[in-house]
Write a protein that binds this ligand. Structure first.
Ligand code: URA
Length: 431
């Protein structure tokens, strides 16, 4: 078999066999297929799609590109969660400690930023010393000892996805249902999850812009999960405007810490607690969503959720004094509050424009392997439907470069639209 023939077949809308998919995935993992061939293949898949059989074969091939973790004997039910990616989505940073504090052990492999969407690993690395490259043995040991792990897939878990993910980030090949579904589900299968809560985002700041596409992605992942013998619960959540206020790595870590202390923006806090409740039910810690919610609320109120986050940071080598005093985390050189240019009801706070502007500030990558500027980003202070007075603070820019700050201000001002008529707030979740 030759990689080029497989690329041509997909370019010409052919259906790839399991053997062809496996040849391509394993060849790329072993560096026998180059980045430029993998980019061409990913673009062909993005343009021409895959059948559900191809998508399942791709998922299983990526999952089996490394080890499959066996967590039996360590946890009763291995529950995991994953978001399809959005702007200001730091949910994992708060949800995992809350769920673990409720007695449901949780080990998760997360990803880096992808396109305009932030990544949990980049956020965690803004805590100095925090390691995201645990070995499989370290993963299991930590899960057993403290009931929480939050690491990357750098070692031997779904290495194929690690390589494709970094490549897709910088080749315009993120927005594809088969590529997203296989990326997410291969990681979950490799990490040994038996039950998975999938937070599928929809809207201007999500990879799936319409509810219909989001549903299709949710259904594809559910079908893969069922074929692989996993329980899956999908949530459809809004991503037209950023989640919470903070967009950018340090800023988002601080906001997640606020939620763990019982504060934080109302939309983000509620989103986290809903996701926690679903995980607790799926993991058998609660019989229904109402009692699960009580458990989650109590873990925040009694401080055990924040304590679990501290244990996680200590276990993974992070400087815990920085999360005890979040104001000691890295700061940007320039911090500027931008006033509202007009009065009115906010009718748009365009999440994608804000996500792209944060990448331009340095919070994400333009090329594979680019370094991240952890302290830069935005605090977006108002939500769609709110009335804002001219001159009132609209958003805050954190930047390390005066030129980039100026551009970011212009883009984020454009991201805000006003109406003189009342505007309904957006729902957090869709049915
Ligand atoms: N999250 C992932 O893990 N992979 C994708 O492709 C998109 C979101």
């Amino acid at each position: 078999m030759r990689a080029v023939d497989i690329i041509i077949k997909k370019r010409d809308r052919g259906e790839l066999s399991r053997e062809e998919i496996d040849f391509f995935v394993q060849g790329y993992t072993r560096n026998e297929i180059t980045d430029y061939q993998a980019s061409a293949w990913a673009m062909a898949v993005l343009l021409n799609g895959m059948t559900s059989r191809e998508t399942t074969d791709l998922t299983l091939s990526m999952a089996h590109s490394g080890q499959i973790l066996d967590l039996s004997g360590i946890v009763d039910v291995a529950v995991d969660k994953h978001s399809t990616g959005g702007v200001g989505d730091k949910t994992t940073l708060a949800v995992l400690p809350i769920v673990a504090a409720c007695g449901l052990p949780c080990g998760k492999m997360s990803g880096r930023g992808l396109g305009f969407s932030g990544g949990t690993l980049d956020k965690l690395e803004s805590i100095p010393g925090y390691r995201v490259d645990l070995s499989t043995d370290e993963f299991k040991k930590q899960l057993k000892e403290i009931g929480i792990v939050l690491t990357g897939q750098s070692l031997d878990l779904a290495p194929a996805d690690g390589k494709f993910y970094a490549l897709r980030d910088v080749t315009g090949t993120v927005q594809s249902i088969p590529l997203i579904a296989s990326s997410i589900m291969s990681k979950k299968i490799a990490a040994g999850a038996s039950a998975i809560v999938l937070d599928v985002k929809t809207g201007l700041g999500a990879f799936m812009q319409t509810l219909e596409e989001a549903r299709q992605l949710a259904d594809t992942m559910t079908a893969i999960g069922e074929l692989a013998g996993r329980k899956v619960k999908t949530l459809l959540s809004d991503m037209n405007q950023p989640l919470g206020f903070a967009v950018g790595n340090v800023l988002e870590v601080k906001e997640a810490i606020d939620v763990l202390h019982g504060g934080g923006p109302a939309d983000f806090r509620e989103h986290c607690l809903v996701a926690c409740a679903h995980m607790l039910v799926l993991g058998g810690r609660a019989v229904d969503l109402a009692s699960a919610r009580k458990l989650a609320d109590a873990a925040v109120e009694n401080g055990s959720a924040f304590e679990k986050f501290r244990q996680l940071v200590v276990a993974q080598g992070g400087d815990v004094s920085r999360i005890d005093s979040p104001e000691s985390l890295e700061k940007a050189r320039f911090v500027e509050t931008v006033p509202s240019p007009e009065s009115g009801f906010l009718s748009q706070v365009h999440a994608r424009l804000i996500g792209e502007a944060s990448v331009d500030l340095g919070a994400g990558r333009a090329r594979k392997g680019d370094p991240i500027e952890h302290a830069v980003g935005f605090e977006i202070l108002h939500k769609i439907g709110e009335y804002v007075q001219a001159g009132e603070a609209l958003f805050i820019v954190h930047a390390n470069d005066a030129g980039k700050l100026k551009n970011a201000k212009e883009t984020v001002l454009m991201a805000h639209l006003f109406s003189q008529e009342a505007v309904n707030p957006l729902p957090l979740f869709y049915n």
